[in-house]
Write a protein that binds this ligand. Structure first.
Ligand SMILES: [Zn+2]
Length: 192
């Protein structure tokens, strides 16, 4: 598992042309959808994080978080991104995917060397739900990606779709609760 991830990074190192901006992808359905890098910067902004994630197009199955030489990577397959964009026709699916991968990094999953487990996936999904609420997604928009990428049945590495959608809902709801608390504080504030 680790070897596979490291080799993906190595491929980028020796074949930089594969990691250049994706100007040649001319699928018209993508026109109104921001590039993954722009979406990542939106997420980083709303979470108040330092932007220390290296986002790279790579020869990976779909999208994954990994660490190499203490650097945090999010590696994505451009064809996979195009595919999900062409189905959903808005930015929320890729936003959920990137937020999920950041969730793996922030929760320390990439340090564990276990690869994907259902428990870790649900933690990352909760984080994605939280972030998508912060970025203005409805619950349905936050969950949409799972209708396309999650299998109905659980596997050894990933929970089934309904569990994953529930995890997104948990995170999304937690974010809405935080907003209510802030709103409550503000409405009760006295002018100084
Ligand atoms: Zn994951």
């Amino acid at each position: 598992m680790k070897q596979a991830i490291l080799s993906a990074v190595f491929i980028i190192a020796v074949n930089t042309s594969f990691a250049t901006p994706l100007r040649n992808w001319s699928d018209s359905s993508r026109v109104s959808i921001p590039e993954p890098a722009e979406i990542l910067s939106e997420i980083v902004k709303v979470t108040g994080l330092q932007s220390n994630f290296e986002l790279k197009a790579a020869d990976v199955l779909n999208i994954e978080a990994s660490i190499s030489h203490k650097k945090r990577y999010i590696l994505y397959n451009p064809s996979f991104i195009n595919w999900i964009n062409s189905i959903t026709k808005d930015k929320w699916a890729v936003m959920a995917l990137l937020a999920h991968e950041i969730g793996h990094h922030l929760n320390g999953h990439t340090m564990l060397k276990t690869g994907s487990t259902p428990e870790l996936e649900l933690e990352a999904d909760q984080f994605a739900g939280f972030v998508l609420h912060k970025l203005g997604a409805s619950l349905e928009q936050a969950q949409e990606v799972m209708k396309h990428i999650a299998k109905t049945e659980a596997s050894k590495t990933h929970p089934g779709r309904s569990s994953r959608m529930a995890a997104i809902q948990t995170g999304w709801t937690r974010a809405s609760g935080a907003d209510e608390i802030i709103a409550g504080v503000n409405s009760g504030a006295q002018p100084y």
